[in-house]
Ligand binder design. Structure first.
Ligand code: LLP
Length: 424
């Protein structure tokens, strides 16, 4: 987790800065990101895998782009928007990979104009579209995204390794083989390898090993059919992190070792050279480095539940509502005097499903004005935040070695109204 510590007054510090001080200075709700934690996670990945792309969808801002660049990672983007932000922060285009199951012409054009390193092809229609936009003399390295038929992932909505979902091209039904043949038929497209992202918040190693065996199997068939040897295998991301004390965690070192062993063995059995391995972690780099801060606005006891309502909610963290995600909020900024009780932390939005954390423990004297910190908030929160109820999205604050600085400012009423052109 973020480099947290507890001070004598009971307050939590992150990156050497007391969280209550940050709440005071930047207001609440707010996202806090520990820069050295992000950097150290990038380094761990770099040491474990030959190529690492940070999945921008987990969290992106210009500072994050810079950190990831400085730590030697590449970047996985899935829209012209993510790509443009990365380029605006000076990220080298050749280290960028473009993803997406429905890339728009503008996504593809922006990528080709920028000169991204690779495009991951996800549909037959896209193959012709990229070739047409390249023109007769253009050249582009591509990977084909395949579906290996592997079920893994923390929630049904974030499983992408099985057939019958919208991503990739199935190995089982032959769509992958078909797409490979089409790519090889386009002289502008240089097929470098296969891509396979089986899901997210995965805490076991085995599904990745199965994905390796099946993708290497396909590589062997491609060699036999087309006499083409692929040199890259991108295994996607999906590495799970613990959100609460006691949650299972994926052992990164074990994953790297066992994937390498499986890849070597599978390739030896198929008499294939071992392709360069790429991974695309998003959550595992950003999530543990973040903390979300809220202020308690109301406390209400019903017959069965103690509701603690805070100044944010499903607009800054839709994960509990979408995936039943569980968090462990903590009281910060003062020493509790009462025993712990069971409470449910809810947001300020206008629906009963706006629950941030059900049935957790908080001090029994929790009261309006208190501050709550929600650890492991660095991924898929800021990036999935919405403007629901026109509340304004929270700022992102970086902490590092005892200092804090603003990375993304709070969304203002003016921002929220700026696109509304008014009645005629
Ligand atoms: N590569 C591809 C092609 C992906 O689609 C994703 C995530 C990643 C890499 C990074 O996966 P990660 O390492 O972060 O698990 N909003 C959901 C997660 C959706 C993940 C989408 N794709 C959540 O909040 O749990």
């Amino acid at each position: 987790p973020a480099s947290t510590g507890r001070r004598p007054d009971g307050d939590l510090t992150v990156g050497g800065v007391p969280l209550a001080t940050l709440a005071q200075r930047f207001g609440t709700p707010a996202y806090v990101l520990d820069e050295s934690e992000v950097r150290s996670r990038c380094r761990t990945y770099r040491a474990a895998f030959p190529e690492v792309l940070y999945a921008a969808k987990a969290f992106l801002c210009r500072a994050m782009v810079r950190w990831v660049e400085e730590e030697g990672l590449g970047l996985d983007v899935c829209s012209a928007g993510e790509l443009s932000l990365a380029l605006s922060a000076g990220f080298p285009p050749e280290r960028i990979v473009l993803h997406g199951n429905a890339k728009s012409p503008s996504d593809i054009e922006t990528a080709l104009t920028a000169g991204v390193g690779r495009i991951v092809v996800d549909s037959p229609a896209e193959i012709a579209r990229i070739a047409a936009l390249l023109g007769p003399d253009g050249r582009q390295d591509v990977l084909v995204r395949v579906v290996p038929g592997v079920a893994a992932g923390g929630h049904e909505k974030i499983r992408t390794g099985t057939d019958d979902q919208k991503f990739g091209l199935s190995i089982t039904d032959g769509s992958a083989q078909h797409a490979v043949a089409r790519v090889l038929g386009q002289p502008q497209l240089r097929l470098r390898g296969l891509h396979c992202h089986i899901g997210s918040q995965i805490t076991e190693v085995e599904p990745y090993l199965l994905a390796v065996r099946r993708t290497v199997g396909l590589m062997a068939r491609i060699r036999d059919t087309h006499r083409v040897t692929l040199t890259q295998l991108d295994l996607g991301g999906g590495h799970g992190v613990p959100y609460r004390p006691g949650d299972p965690a994926l052992d990164l070192t074990a994953l790297a070792r066992r994937v390498r062993e499986e890849l070597t063995a599978s390739c030896a059995a198929a008499r294939l050279p071992v392709p360069r391995l790429t991974v695309e972690p998003g959550r595992a780099i950003a999530a543990p480095a973040g903390v979300a801060l809220y202020r308690v606005l109301a406390v209400k006891r019903t017959a069965r539940t103690l509701f603690v309502a805070v100044d944010g909610g499903m607009s800054d963290n839709p994960r509990p509502a979408l995936y039943g995600a569980r968090y462990a909020p903590r009281l910060i900024g003062r020493r509790p005097v009462a025993e712990a009780v069971t409470a449910t932390v809810v947001g300020r939005h206008c629906e009963a499903g706006d629950v941030l954390a059900a049935d957790i423990t908080l001090p029994g004297d929790v009261r309006p004005g208190d501050l709550l910190a929600v650890p492991v908030a660095g991924a898929y929160q800021a990036s999935m935040a919405s403007a629901y109820n026109l509340v304004g999205r929270p700022p992102v604050v970086a902490v590092d070695r005892g200092r804090a600085r603003l990375l993304v400012r709070r969304e203002t009423q003016e921002d929220l109204q700026s696109r509304d052109v008014g009645p005629r």
